[in-house]
Design a binder for this molecule. Structure first.
Ligand SMILES: [Mn+2]
Length: 339
């Protein structure tokens, strides 16, 4: 048997998949109430995972409520994902459902006000692929080698005997394309492309999905980008090299943009070849900084983010800081220099 790259035998993963699928199949068969949620400020993987599994369980007979932690607003780049119009706010789901499924959430904290359902549900199922996941929930399907949570959801749908059609495949492809950076990141494996081929085989419009996810923004984005890229600082002496910049929801608003548009900035900043780590500080309405980190490979930014109260993956991670801008960057420098 071939061990997974984290040292866990592949057989353990297969057993975890079977256990989670069995719990969900039993819930569907007994017409149980299942609440599903991704992490706060859901991305395409969290949302695609939630909506695909919700639809699959619905087809198998479960009473399903799909939600995510507040604030209950979706970015325009995600609102088109099939089933998104059926999402309900977190305060509209039963507080003690038969089953609660957490998707793509690296820690209970990422479930916001829904974290309590991990204990209050009769059964809680955690499906995730973050390296920083500490292990929580009763039934755990956590695979840090999976390129996206949607690949784990596809295994569950197979286990439930749900046939992938265009609707489900569109949800799954959105998560897969987003988390693999359109198959550019190191997490992409041969079976990732095989999975993508299976999804394309259902007849999905993958070009339209990618255009909506990656290549669509209001004209104001160009103006914001020029300002934020123009103030980027390169600090080659910090760790294996740091490039960083900052913006804020208020600055985005000056360019007519919603705050979530700031998420795309780090993908531009990380192209600086002199720095192993790219960082964008995103000022929030409450004065805190939401910090995005990316690594070219030499630095494990999941560890850096965890040391600063957050989490994520080896090459992509984040955390929140309540210090001021200089204090936030100083704490990051200190972490990078001790590595
Ligand atoms: Mn993910």
């Amino acid at each position: 048997m071939s061990p997974a790259s984290d040292g866990r035998p592949a057989a353990d993963l297969a057993a975890a998949t079977r256990s989670a699928a069995a719990v969900l199949a039993e819930a569907a068969q007994s017409r149980a109430t299942v609440v599903l949620s991704g992490h706060v400020q859901p991305d395409a993987d969290a949302l695609g995972s939630t909506l695909a599994l919700a639809e699959g369980l619905r087809r198998r007979g479960a009473r399903v409520l799909a939600t995510f932690p507040g604030p209950f607003t979706l970015p325009a780049s995600l609102g088109w994902i099939p089933g998104a119009d059926g999402l309900v706010p977190a305060d509209a789901v039963p507080s003690s459902p038969d089953v609660f499924v957490s998707l793509d959430a690296a820690s209970p904290g990422r479930l916001g006000e829904l974290a309590g359902l991990l204990d209050r549900a009769m059964t809680s199922v955690v499906v995730d692929h973050h390296a920083s996941n500490p292990g929580f929930g009763q039934v755990r399907l956590v695979d840090p080698t999976a390129p996206a949570t949607v690949t784990l959801v596809a295994d569950l749908l197979d286990g439930l005997g749900v046939t992938l059609d265009r609707q489900l495949a569109t949800c799954l492809y959105a998560g897969l394309a987003a988390d693999t950076g359109s198959f550019r990141f190191g997490s992409t494996r041969p079976e990732t492309h095989e999975f993508a081929a299976r999804l394309l085989g259902t007849g999905i419009d993958h070009a339209a999905i990618s255009r909506r996810l990656f290549d669509t923004a209001p004209f104001g984005w160009l103006g914001l980008l020029s300002v934020v890229a123009g103030r980027a600082a390169l600090e080659p002496e910090v760790g294996a090299g740091l490039v960083w910049t900052w913006s804020s929801t208020a600055e985005a608003a000056e360019h007519g943009l919603p705050g979530e548009q700031l998420e795309a900035l780090v993908d531009v900043v990380r192209s600086a070849e002199e720095a192993d780590v790219a960082c964008v500080l995103k000022g929030q309405d409450d004065g805190s900084w939401s910090v995005s980190l990316r690594s070219r490979g030499a630095t494990d930014v999941a560890r850096v983010a965890m040391a600063l109260g957050g989490g994520g993956h080896r090459a992509a991670a984040g955390y929140t800081s309540s210090a001021d801008r200089e204090g936030t960057v100083a704490a990051l420098r200190a972490q990078l220099c001790t590595r």
